[in-house]
Design a protein around this ligand. Sequence first.
Ligand code: 5GP
Length: 192
Amino acid sequence: MTKKQGVFFVICGPSGAGKTTLVTRVRRRFPDLVYVPSYTSRPPRSPQELKAGRYRFISKEEFERRIRQNEFLEYAIYAGNYYGTSRSEVQTLLASGRNVIKEADVQGVRQLRRRRFGGRLVAIFIVPPSLKELEHRLGKRGTESSIARRERLAAVFDELGALDLFDYIVINRRIAQSVERLSAIIRAERSL
Ligand code: 5GP
């Protein structure tokens, strides 16, 4: 019998929707779920972010070299910086039956929908309860300049126009409730 391939959970949603907190909490509940960090050419927001393990920070030149070597399963330019997923890392994990979770933007999900990568894609969109709340959260985070905040808010309209790419939408009103919902989705999908 061939080994069952893993499920690739991709978490998407506007910057400031609460994705990172949600993913961090859910990962604690599912120790068998492998988190795959993204590559990015964006500079780290803080020394903490550098250490946090959500991203592998590389230069634009290095990113472009990796694009030429076909090392990304998907990649995108978001607010002027590159973001991408290592092809070999994800494929190896899924082929060995491991379930994988990572973040990507809408452009990334669109590419993954068209690609074969040896696993089943489950794409989940996390939305804030309203645009007003999103603006508020981005402002409160205080990590972006006002130009970068505007770019991130503009991206929301693109994202909302691509909802048919997704298997699930979670409205992030209260974090505890959203953690329960995302956990229920993961439990259901990995048992299929
Ligand atoms: P931020 O700069 O706010 O950390 O991320 C900007 C956007 O890039 C977010 O929507 C985030 O989910 C997305 N992103 C993070 N990693 C990847 C990735 O590997 N691929 C793609 N396509 N987008 C990513």
